[in-house]
Ligand binder design. Structure first.
Ligand SMILES: [Zn+2]
Ligand SMILES: [Zn+2]
Length: 158
């Protein structure tokens, strides 16, 4: 089995409707308003397949003529993290990035320390390590975070 390096949806991946329902239920459960801005942010995130930071998302939405405030973007991102629709990554000291997570396969990251490029990979051996170490040390592994840092070979491409 060779490691795969693209964002591969799992079989039977969720439709955007399903994602919206999860978000609606979360907002309702926490007595938060279901505003069009929050759904527009969710839709924007689910229409892209990269890793992004909050500021870039805000600027992108502003440039696409969405009337959202910076505070709404930041606050909605936190809400989406808390209902597991997006994952928050800390790539190095000053690089916090997000990506959609619902219906997408578990994967890990390679991060370039020069240009910040993020490459995804998926290697089944990591699952094996989790199972083996869990069994060996009598520990139930819930999740993991694996980031490999380095440099783009042959120079960074902007
Ligand atoms: Zn990723
Ligand atoms: Zn690079």
């Amino acid at each position: 089995m060779s490691p795969l390096t693209s964002k591969i949806p799992i079989a039977g991946r969720a439709s955007f409707e399903e994602v919206k329902e999860i978000f609606s239920a979360h907002l309702e459960a926490h007595h938060l308003r279901r505003t069009p801005e929050r759904y527009a942010i969710l839709e924007e995130i689910y229409s892209r397949s990269d890793h992004f930071d909050a500021e870039a998302l805000y600027i992108h939405m502003k440039n696409s003529n969405y009337r959202v405030s910076r505070a709404t973007v930041y606050n909605t991102l936190e809400l989406l993290v808390s209902c597991d629709l997006i994952t928050k990554h800390q790539f190095g000291k000053n690089l916090t990035q997000y990506e959609k997570s619902h219906g997408f396969k578990q994967h890990d990251h390679l991060i370039c320390v020069d240009c910040g490029k993020v490459i995804e990979f998926c290697d089944p051996r990591i699952q094996q390590i989790k199972t083996t170490m869990g069994d060996l040390l009598n520990f139930k592994v819930l999740y993991h975070d694996l980031n490999l840092y380095g440099r783009c070979k042959g120079g960074c491409v902007k």
